[in-house]
Design a protein around this ligand. Structure first.
Ligand SMILES: Cc1cc2nc3c(=O)[nH]c(=O)nc-3n(C[C@H](O)[C@H](O)[C@H](O)COP(=O)(O)OP(=O)(O)OC[C@H]3O[C@@H](n4cnc5c(N)ncnc54)[C@H](O)[C@@H]3O)c2cc1C
Length: 374
């Protein structure tokens, strides 16, 4: 008898879990707040690593389909200074272990691999509680409820399932991205397209508190993250609902930088979007609570470090595999999953291995310093 699994959140973590459970014959339902798979832009490119994200896809039986999503040439990298001078360049020879895909296409691959109706769209969870019999009740914002034999919170940073397990809440880390897009860049923004090149570009200025990062997505789309170290109060002084005023305020911070680089701000085709970075306490754990657990950002949110989506997928895959490996003993499965997940979440990123995988041994040490994640 396979326990029915109720998952909250159809992000990459929840969907990977749903797919692995489906492969192993578990009945599974995913409740997602968004009204449909296409109701929101799914964000930019993700590099899916051979040591975590790809292992999850293997467990999901989707590695044959994955290569079709990979965008060729996107592992190339350029580093510029604020004058647009090229400091470092690495081409993509197709052998890197971090192939780049569009997040939305990866999500769709997982959705297509689930039986019709698995995801209940437009089901936003407003609360959860433990019932007298130990099971968990989930309440949606339309007032309806479901009772879960096994409940998994895959509902991201502001999880509504997490309070069943722990009181920790995300805290602002002091950095943020301002996100912009340029469309049809090769024709409409040729100098900027050239500066970004075929993969990613980082432009660093004199202060480590400002940089401009961009990536060539599918087609001729450039996606930029303008990176700041500033307080939330500093950002509150900028009215992001006034697109022109926000653009002017952000552009002012990069006065004197090469225009082909600052065009990622001044010529943006979309209103600027502020994305502050939050984290849960590093290494936090919770005591085992019967019938409920968390995967991905809900469990171990960190500021973006290139691993979050990959780890969410690996969590989902490992939880699905643990449930399949402990037939009839959900608690043993959850304990085994959480033990490995906690250890993984407490393991600091291996900076040297990261540098090696990004740049090989080509990058000058002074530049490598700029890419340290802590
Ligand atoms: C700017 C930025 C850039 C990043 N770049 C990278 C990168 O390059 N590589 C990488 O690996 N990671 C990256 N990350 C991290 C990555 O996005 C996350 O770690 C990853 O998305 C976590 O996946 P998840 O499935 O746990 O949660 P999410 O992707 O957040 O999915 C959660 C899902 O739950 C749904 N949900 C939320 N609340 C409710 C509710 N109350 N009821 C029902 N449904 C709900 C949401 O709509 C969503 O669909 C980046 C993050 C940011 C902010």
């Amino acid at each position: 008898m396979r326990t029915p699994v109720t998952i909250i959140g159809a992000g990459l973590g929840g969907l990977t879990l749903a797919r692995v459970l489906h492969v192993h014959g578990f009945p599974v339902t995913v409740h997602e707040a968004e009204p449909s798979p296409t109701s929101r832009m799914q964000g930019g490119m993700l590099d899916i690593h051979d040591y975590n994200g790809q292992l999850a896809l293997e467990a999901a039986g989707l590695m044959d389909e994955f290569p079709a999503l990979v965008l060729e040439g996107r592992q190339a990298m350029r580093i510029l200074d604020q004058d647009g001078k090229l400091l470092f360049e690495k081409t993509d020879d197709g052998t890197g272990g971090r192939p780049e895909v569009q997040r939305g296409e990866l999500r769709q691959l997982l959705l297509d691999a689930l039986p019709e109706g698995t995801v209940r769209w437009g089901h936003k969870v407003s609360g959860t509680r433990t019932l007298a019999d130990g099971r968990h009740e989930v309440t949606f914002d339309d007032g309806s409820t479901v009772v879960a034999d096994l409940l998994v919170g895959a509902d991201g940073a502001w999880s509504r399932v997490r309070p069943l397990l722990t009181d920790v809440v995300p805290e602002y880390v002091g950095t943020a991205f301002v996100e912009t897009y340029l469309f049809d860049a090769d024709t409409r923004h040729a100098a900027t397209a050239k500066a970004v090149g075929g993969g990613s570009m980082v432009a660093n200025g004199p202060s480590p508190e400002r940089s401009i990062n961009a990536h060539r997505e599918s087609g001729e789309t450039l996606h930029a993250y303008v990176a700041f170290t500033e307080s939330l109060e500093w950002f509150a002084a900028i009215d992001f609902t006034d697109a022109a005023a926000a653009t002017a305020a952000i552009a002012r911070e990069f006065e004197g930088w090469a225009p082909e680089v600052t065009a990622l701000i001044t010529d943006a085709d979309t209103p600027l979007v502020l994305r502050p970075h939050y984290t849960l306490p590093f290494g936090h754990r919770w005591e085992r609570v019967p019938g409920v657990t968390l995967v991905g950002d809900a469990a171990h949110l960190t500021a973006p470090n290139g691993e979050g989506a990959n780890l969410a997928m690996l969590d989902g895959a490992e939880l699905g595999q643990a449930l399949a490996a402990h037939p009839g003993d959900v608690e043993a499965a959850l304990a085994a999953y959480e033990q490995a997940m906690f250890v993984r979440s407490e393991t600091p990123i291996d900076e040297e291995a990261l540098m090696e995988s990004l740049f090989g041994d080509e990058i000058p040490p002074a530049l490598a310093e700029l890419f340290k994640t802590s």
